[in-house]
Design a protein around this ligand. Structure first.
Ligand code: FAD
Length: 543
């Protein structure tokens, strides 16, 4: 078990790395994944997101600690534990974010990470499937990941959201992924021919065909092996057996924003006091490991509708049967489209220098069952949701014990800055104005309690504390920066003070980006692979 590179985690970042590092045929690569196969019906079918959301066979199903800023509520944190990682259970929205998000990475100390370097990498990642006015579908670009315009398959109700935006004079755009995205449009999704196109489909499977990449499933990496300040392998467990694998060149941790800092801490890299309190020998005292956690919180309101929505088609057995049949025969219809259908970036105030809110409008509504799981309403309904793009609160991930099988503690520390509390109120006002447009009022039979229309600022903040929830974008827990005092990684994603060890995934972001973070995570991984190959060439020249 000796390889050039060992990648921990076959998620969004790990799959991209496996592909890019194996392309020139020179490297042998081991990818170690705690979860199992992604060959599951509800992973492949775009609408299946609701089923994998809490399925323990593919999901770590974490809970955060009681969050003081959210009235001590305990948030549910799904994370993919399966080949493809969270990219196999996510909602498939393809959103690159805004140019300034990446320029801000450079300002935060990650030299060389800015929009000019990120933009061409985004282009290399994807190919776009677009349907023109003539109804014909064209493919643009040659990247492995397919991003599709599914407008034609979306529920007719989704047009109501665009009408409402027009009434507010909000901009409409065809391209939420332009250089300066602003305005509402229909979301683009990582779907190919009606089937989820996950990071595993786009990157890992082609890499496996090259023969130099090996994947271990159901293998939990328990510890990084570090000798004389250099990582040289990992210890992992399959069932009751503990084994090791060695890396000749590097170990790359891509276990995601929750598990990457956990693994570093278990391996003796982290805040020294924390490690000692769990009896772990300190290999590197890096106080920022686990700190810096950021996430998006959204305020969501559900409404009962006067017109049919997806609920009418999918909440009853006959509708489900017909939709299932249509899907099996044609790969089209309501099962072929993720539930996030319309949204985009909007300014909450005229004075905002950049769009500062992301909007989601879905032609579907849910109720929470006694067991906490969402269930689609039987009557027509829809959802309006707004999230501040760039929260400034930062939380923390810490190990709960020295046992790798114990879930780490997640402390989001939401709304801990005044800027975030102000943004929560502005997000709520934006939602209220959308709900108050003539079109949305016309299609609303009743708001599902509570009614946001008459709330004052204080009530809106309280409503946000009582009802907002994560939209599953944790990041920045092993962030890049220019010094060990403010970061975990340097600008080439190398762990400060430990040789041959990098962290490449959503935890490496210096700051959260404005939108959904799967696209930025995969961009980061593709550029990281370029840096790793460059460094390998440089060290070969010097030996
Ligand atoms: C429910 C949900 C919906 C989302 N919807 C969207 C969306 O619509 N659009 C969007 O852009 N983003 C979305 N996201 C976010 C996005 O999918 C993630 O941010 C992204 O996939 C993170 O990639 P990653 O590589 O950092 O981690 P992951 O993809 O989570 O990969 C980490 C992998 O490492 C494995 N692992 C962890 N610890 C170990 C260990 N010790 N040993 C071995 N393996 C280990 C995990 O099992 C996992 O497979 C969503 C996320 C969730 C959970």
């Amino acid at each position: 078990m000796e390889f050039d590179y060992i990648i921990v985690g076959a998620g969004s970042a790990g799959c991209v790395l496996a592909d890019c590092l194996s392309r020139d045929g020179r490297n042998s690569i081991l990818v170690i994944e705690a979860g199992g196969s992604d060959a599951r019906f509800w992973i492949k079918v775009p609408v299946g997101y609701g089923f994998t959301f809490s399925d323990p066979r593919v999901n770590w199903r974490y809970s955060a600690e009681p969050d003081p800023g959210l009235n001590a509520r305990v948030g549910y944190w799904p994370r993919g534990r399966v080949i493809g990682g969270s990219g196999s259970i996510n909602a498939m929205a393809w959103v690159r974010g805004q140019a300034h998000d990446f320029d801000d990475w450079e300002s935060a100390g990650a030299a060389g990470w800015n929009w000019d370097t990120a933009q061409p990498v985004f282009e290399r990642l994807v190919s776009h499937s677009e349907t023109g006015p003539d109804g014909r579908t064209r493919i643009r670009g040659t990247g492995p990941l397919r991003v599709s315009d599914l407008s034609a398959q979306m529920h007719p109700f989704s047009a109501r959201f665009l009408e409402a935006a027009r009434e507010l004079d909000w901009p409409l755009t065809d391209d939420m992924n332009g250089d300066q995205p602003e305005g509402l449009s229909r979301y683009r999704s990582t779907v190919r021919n009606g089937i989820r196109c996950s990071p595993a489909d786009a990157f890992l499977r082609p890499a496996l065909k090259r023969g130099s990449v090996k994947v271990l499933k159901h293998a939990l990496v328990e510890r990084l092996l570090i000798r004389d300040g250099q990582a040289n392998g990992v210890q992992y467990r399959i069932g009751n057996r503990t084994m090791t694998a060695r890396a000749r060149a590097e170990v790359i941790v891509s276990a995601g924003a929750v598990n990457s800092p956990q693994l570093l801490q278990l391996s003796g890299i982290g805040p020294a006091d924390l490690l000692r309190s769990h009896g772990i020998e300190v290999v590197g005292d890096l106080p920022q490991v686990g700190r810096g956690l950021q996430d998006h919180l959204a305020i969501t309101h559900h409404f009962l509708a006067t017109e049919p929505t997806l609920n009418n088609r999918l909440s009853h057995r006959p509708g489900q049967f017909l939709a299932g049949l249509q899907y099996l025969l044609t790969r089209r219809g309501p099962l072929s489209v993720p539930v996030n259908q319309v949204g985009g970036f909007i300014r909450s105030e005229e004075t905002s220098t950049v769009p500062d809110m992301q909007v989601f409008c879905n032609p579907v509504s849910f109720s929470t069952q006694a067991n906490g799981k969402p269930q689609m309403d039987h009557e027509a309904g829809f959802i309006l949701s707004v999230q501040p793009c760039r929260p400034t609160s930062r939380g923390e991930i810490t190990i709960a014990s020295g046992d790798p099988r114990d879930a780490p503690l997640i402390q989001p520390d939401s709304l801990s800055t005044e800027a975030d509390r102000d943004a929560a109120v502005r997000a709520s006002k934006l939602l209220r104005s959308l709900a108050g447009t003539p079109t949305i009022r016309r299609v609303t039979r009743a708001p599902k309690a509570p009614d946001i229309s008459a709330m004052n600022d204080a009530e809106m903040l309280e409503n946000f504390r009582a009802r907002s929830a994560t939209v599953f974008h944790p990041c920045c827990t092993c962030r890049m920066g220019d010094a060990p005092e403010n970061s975990v990684l340097d600008e080439r994603l190398r762990v400060h003070g430990v040789g041959r060890l990098r962290v490449v995934d959503a935890s490496s972001f210096p700051n959260i980006t404005s939108g959904n973070i799967n696209a930025p995570t995969m961009m980061l991984a593709m550029r990281a692979a370029d840096l790793i190959m460059e460094d390998a060439q440089t060290s070969a020249l010097h030996t």
